[in-house]
Design a protein around this ligand. Structure first.
Ligand code: SF4
Length: 365
């Protein structure tokens, strides 16, 4: 797999199968030796199940474990440290990883129990847990793609914060988050990232407002993957302070024009119809939806949230969904299904950034 490749697989019914297929498509086994020490780093920011929008679905790790163990790789650890004040061992249980680790005979490691070492990057000296840095050959980062109230985005780079001792996590906030997150990614660059974008949170990293997005995203360059994820949530890479900084440090590229995007199971895009709930319901009051796919409507919800965050007027008459295929209309169409509308945005689905830019340009009626 090239540094500039990103693999996206759509669906939500069989997440472990999706993760397995992604590993196959990227041919990860070809990069490993039988004795490679492999670590999986999910996101258990708080002990909440994945459907809250906060944590990595255990099925993502399961698909990866199945792929690896079938091919004889045995030295596998699942490691994480929940945020300062939360208990990682409780997260292992609540998030379904205790049972998963037993089933596959792999170990769980609470990084709060780990020693740390100091490393320098970008002019900062950071304390980083020992095991992911010195006792891991191949780090598989399993973040959740979600919005974040301070950094706009949390995905590949920010998930590495779980590899810090709690004192350093607090120190990161004192340093303003952006620069230390970029520097950490220079010190601890994962070999592979598979982002869980099944139902990440609309506004907060601790969940509570999940929005169905129905896909997993795999790639080697964590900066490129985050830049792609940012656009899915209605941001540009430049809106995420740590991404240009990480690019300057040589961690990866924010240039999506250079990326090769491989889409898998595109037929699954149309299988799941979006049903807004919670905060999404109030945003959905601006929308007329008819059989809208989750991958499309989920992005629209993020785009509307971005307009709301920026104080931009949300236009009237937004239409989305397969039910508009072959129809004309004087509303504002989102996605290729509304191609018959005089005003519509192409794409199946368009990303949230394109939607937010398009909607912001629409004149008041
Ligand atoms: S454009 Fe239509 S078919 Fe394509 S993702 Fe959107 S709603 Fe689904």
């Amino acid at each position: 797999m090239n540094e500039t490749d990103l693999h996206v697989i759509y669906g939500s019914d069989n997440i472990s199968r999706m993760a397995y297929r992604l590993m196959e498509a990227m041919d990860i086994a070809a990069e490993l030796r039988p004795d490679t020490r492999i670590a999986l780093k999910p996101n258990f920011v708080v002990p909440k199940p994945a459907d809250s929008g906060a944590t990595t679905h255990p099925e993502v790790a399961e698909g990866i474990l199945q792929y690896l163990t079938e091919r004889g790789f045995r030295d596998i650890t699942i490691m994480e440290s929940s945020w300062a004040g939360a208990d990682t061992k409780t997260s292992f249980r609540v998030c379904g990883y205790e049972a998963l680790a037993k089933r596959y005979g792999v170990s769980l490691y609470d990084l709060k129990d780990d020693a740390f070492v100091e490393r320098q990057a970008g002019g900062l000296t950071l304390k980083v847990c020992r095991k992911p840095l010195l006792e891991t050959d191949y780090l598989i980062n399993l973040p959740v793609l979600k919005a974040h109230c301070q950094t706009n985005l949390t995905c590949a780079l920010k998930n590495l914060k779980g590899c810090l001792p709690d004192s350093e996590k607090r120190h990161f906030h004192a340093l303003g988050l952006m620069k230390p997150i970029a520097c950490l990614s220079r010190i601890l660059r994962p070999a592979l990232t598979i982002a869980d974008a099944i139902c990440g949170d609309l506004t907060f990293e601790e969940g509570g407002h999940p929005v169905a997005m129905d896909r997993l995203i795999g790639g080697r360059d964590p900066v490129l993957l985050d830049s792609y994820g940012a656009e899915l949530l209605g941001f540009s890479a430049g809106d995420i302070g740590y991404l240009p900084l990480a690019e300057k440090l040589g961690v990866g590229s924010t240039d999506l024009t250079n990326a090769t995007i491989f889409e898998h199971q595109p037929e699954e895009k149309r299988q799941s119809i979006f049903r807004p709930s919670g905060v999404a319901r109030s945003l959905a009051s601006h929308v007329t939806a008819d059989a809208a796919c989750s991958v499309c409507y989920g992005s629209l919800i993020h785009a509307l949230q971005r307009l709301r965050d920026n104080g931009t007027r949300i236009p009237q008459g937004i239409c989305i969904g397969q039910g508009f295929r072959g129809k004309t209309g004087d509303g504002i169409g989102i996605g290729s299904c509304t191609a018959g509308f005089a005003t519509h945005l192409k794409g199946c689905p368009p990303n949230a950034r394109a939607m937010a830019d398009f909607l912001a340009r629409q004149p008041a009626k």
